[in-house]
Design a protein. Structure first.
Length: 567
């Protein structure tokens, strides 16, 4: 029996409704007190943030109550499946911090047992081979207000059904020529009970079983039985499977008894604004080259979020914040971005990078002199440490941090005004140089040597603080500024428009000639996360080369999108 990790008096506190149901089952001693969940992805695409919610539930609830969670690939449609997807799914689950240990299974592991069960149901008069087309079968299903029409093949003899089903598996018939259906009730109020299809013919090599099979089970038939074969006690899924639950229970009771029977529990899906979650649409974006692959940082895939610089903990924090309910909802992507900012703020190293550089010459600073100033790695961390940064006569600042004729309350660099260069000195702008087109190409300043940290004037206050890098020591880099992939809040609701028309044309901007400090260049390993001070959070991309370091913007420091949409 599972040993629960909390005391009985506190166990029920803070549980979501799924955890409560599992807890109650364990307390009642159902299934011998065992807890075994499963995460059952289809290997026909990369996992997205919605799958992350299911992963956190399936693996998390097992951890919480001392049970186990299986990873089972629902590989029942070889036409759409690929080993690439299997590998990516395993990588994503591990990256999120979960482990299925030695419990890696496939629906294809149970093809022999499922086939034998289908034969048994045929022999018991509970299944039959139907020669009708899929369109004919759909037309005869009826509606929620009218009963269905029985197939003309519904009363075939057991012998004929056995013969035809075996020949279907031998490959004697074309795809779509015949299906195996359960004989249940064409007048049932539950449409899923109206003689559902159990097997269809697919003549396509399977990535694990090759050409062994020419018939493949449907999800509703395979899923519950696979749960039973594995000893799964709780089949936790999303709300669209609520109407499927009676059929799930109908099939598993062909195998289960009072000593052990899997239980299906449903929770709400994760839906995000400015995002699509449809695997079909995500695949379309990839195949049509509208994004740079499944792991494009604009995609809602787990691999895309990893490449963009999201941390596993930030995703878990977001999922915990929105919770699990029995009601569908559209969650604001701003909540996810807030969770990402909070986590990155706590753990990201602070560095200097100038996206759109303009040169500043500090005229009274000694020539050929390099001062090393100490910069905090992360003031949020008690022992975050520091790193040294070179300060020289010529530096770069952001072009937008200078204005010749500023409006009121402009507290950055402007002629005659003082600003502080972060971690270094206070400087005053004394002049500027323009090119023939009137663009500022160089700014001249004087520094106050008494205002460096530790000097008598270091506590003198000025209103503006700018980031900068030494012109002599700056390393060139490229940044990719990512934004939301769609510019419509709920693309799924725009049923009269092609979803591709709603793509945000500003979702990616590539900026070259970015100037970064040497410390950042030296530590630009994939997986590291940085806060470019006053700009945002960035992470090195695996497209980087020694001659061209590329950074992906994970997220800006503040959410300007929501404010812009409200104007």
């Amino acid at each position: 029996m599972v040993e629960i990790n909390e005391t009985e008096n506190t166990e029920k506190k803070g549980l979501n409704f799924v955890e409560q149901m599992v807890f109650d089952d364990l307390q009642a001693g159902k299934n011998g007190g065992r807890l075994n969940t499963r995460f059952p992805p289809e290997p026909n695409g990369y996992l997205h943030i919605g799958h992350a919610k299911a992963i956190c539930m399936d693996f998390g609830i097992a951890e919480k109550f001392g049970g186990t969670c299986n990873l089972r690939f629902d590989d029942t449609n070889p036409v759409k499946e690929d080993v690439e997807y299997v590998d990516s799914i395993k990588e994503d689950i591990r990256w999120l911090g979960f482990d299925w240990e030695d419990r890696e299974y496939y629906a294809s592991d149970y093809f022999p047992q499922l086939y034998d069960l289908a034969i048994r149901l045929i022999k018991e008069g509970k299944a039959y081979v139907d020669d009708q087309t899929s369109a004919e079968i759909a037309a005869q299903k009826g509606s929620t207000t009218t009963p269905g029409i029985e197939s003309p093949y519904r009363n075939r003899s057991v012998e004929e059904n056995l013969n035809l089903f075996e020949r279907m598996n031998k490959g004697e018939f074309d795809e779509g020529a015949r299906v195996l259906r359960a004989k249940i009730d064409m007048a049932s109020s539950n449409m899923h009970f109206r003689d559902p299809i159990m097997y269809r013919i697919i003549k396509h090599p399977h990535h694990r079983t090759g050409t062994t099979w020419n018939v493949y089970p449907m999800y509703d038939f395979a899923h519950g039985q696979s749960d039973y074969f594995e000893g799964v006690t709780h089949s936790i899924c999303t709300l669209e499977f609520v109407p499927h639950r009676p059929l799930y229970e109908y099939y598993v009771k062909e195998l289960a008894d009072e000593t052990y029977c899997p239980r299906q529990i449903e929770f709400n899906r994760l839906n995000l604004t400015y995002t699509v979650m449809s695997k079909r649409k995500l695949l379309q974006l990839v195949q049509e080259g509208l994004v740079a692959g499944w792991d494009d940082p604009r995609m809602p895939t787990i691999s895309g979020m990893r490449r963009r610089g999201y941390s596993p903990q930030s995703i878990k924090n977001f999922i915990s914040a929105i919770g699990y309910t029995k009601y569908e909802a559209l969650n604001s992507i701003s909540l996810l971005e807030h969770a990402v900012r909070e986590d990155l703020n706590s753990h990201s190293t602070r560095v200097m990078a100038v996206i759109d550089p303009v040169k500043v010459v500090i005229t009274n600073f000694p020539d050929n002199t390099v001062e090393m100033v100490e910069m905090d790695n992360n003031p949020e961390e008690e022992n975050g440490g520091t790193h040294a940064m070179p300060f020289t006569k010529e530096i770069y600042i952001e072009r937008e941090d200078f204005m010749e004729n500023p409006p009121k309350k402009y507290f950055r660099m402007t002629p005659g005004a003082e600003v502080r260069l972060k971690g270094a000195y206070i400087v005053k702008c004394t002049g500027l140089k323009k090119d023939d087109e009137g663009n500022v190409v160089e700014i001249y300043c004087e520094y106050d040597p008494e205002t460096r940290s530790g000097m008598p004037g270091s506590m003198r206050k000025v209103k503006g603080t700018l980031h900068w890098v030494s012109a002599e020591h700056a390393i060139n880099a490229t940044v990719r500024l990512y934004d939301r992939l769609f510019d419509v809040e709920n693309p799924a609701a725009e049923t009269d428009r092609d979803f591709r028309e709603m793509l945000n044309p500003e979702s990616l901007k590539v900026v070259t000639g970015v100037k970064i400090e040497p410390f950042l260049a030296e530590n630009a390993q994939v997986g590291n996360r940085f806060q470019f001070q006053r700009i945002g959070y960035f992470t090195p991309d695996y497209d980087s080369t020694p001659d061209n370091i590329i950074f992906n913007r994970t997220i800006a420091l503040k959410d300007s999108w929501e404010k812009a949409q409200k104007k």
